[in-house]
Design a protein around this ligand. Structure first.
Ligand SMILES: Cc1cc2nc3c(=O)[nH]c(=O)nc-3n(C[C@H](O)[C@H](O)[C@H](O)COP(=O)(O)O)c2cc1C
Length: 216
């Protein structure tokens, strides 16, 4: 059973979670990275496809200076340009998308030209890979993994940033080769772990509304 204090600690961690986009050069300790990955390892998974391969979940740790980070930096730029062309083509037949494309276009074309904000040399990047199986629920599983890792990082006073462009690497041969995984069989998501660089932690609460039943 959890105590009232345990519950309050959980609330504090949930409230403190935030997105960091500017990291110092300080590299997190191996034990800290291990603890964050353990939180991801125990995250829920879509069990129907989990018995196809062992292991079906992988974590690749890349510390600052790893030559693979240079390759990933380039692949992210290239992928952002490709993703932008795809969404532009979709906008031709989707009037909402056409009307609201400007923000996305600005962001993705900036990444295509200059790279993701946390590159060229993030202190520690963790690439998570999840077997897709026939169920194809890997993206949800990866989101669960990342949320567990994000909360654990927060509890360890580490800062965390998500790199969602890595999701698009599922069919990128060069990216899959970096990790020795077959193309199209694994979904990917990645995060950067480290310590904020002079950035003030700011809350960005989601706008949301609760719709209770009328008799409640
Ligand atoms: C599905 C998803 C994808 C995201 N992708 C990125 C990303 O690629 N880069 C980034 O800097 N933040 C990314 N974020 C972080 C959000 O921008 C951030 O969570 C949101 O602005 C709320 O801010 P907070 O995390 O500080 O509370 C992503 C968040 C989600 C849920």
């Amino acid at each position: 059973m959890f105590t009232k204090e345990d519950n309050q600690v959980l609330d504090r961690i949930l409230q403190a979670r935030w997105t960091c986009r500017s990291f110092s050069d300080e590299i997190p300790e191996k034990e800290e990275v291990e603890a964050v990955i353990e939180a991801g390892r125990i995250a829920p998974f879509a069990s129907i496809s989990s018995k196809d391969v062992t292991p079906f979940r992988h974590f690749f740790v890349l510390f600052k200076g790893d030559p693979r980070l240079q390759v990933i930096d380039r692949l992210i730029r290239e992928q952002s340009a490709v993703d932008l062309e795809i969404v532009k083509a979709e906008a031709e037949v989707d009037s909402f998308l056409k009307e609201h494309l400007a923000g996305l276009e600005g962001l993705w074309s900036n990444v295509a030209q200059n790279g993701a904000a946390v590159f060229p040399d993030p202190p520690c990047m963790i690439v998570a890979a999840e077997w897709r199986g026939a169920r194809r629920a890997e993206r949800q599983s990866l989101a669960h993994m990342m949320e567990n890792m994000w909360l654990k990082a927060t509890a360890l006073n580490l800062d965390f940033g998500l790199l969602s462009v890595i999701e698009s690497m599922v069919d990128n041969q060069e990216f899959c080769d970096l990790f020795g995984l077959p193309v199209e069989r694994y979904g990917f998501l990645a995060c950067v772990l480290g310590h904020r660089k002079g950035e003030v932690r700011t809350a960005h609460p989601a706008s949301a509304e609760i719709h209770w039943p009328e008799d409640c």
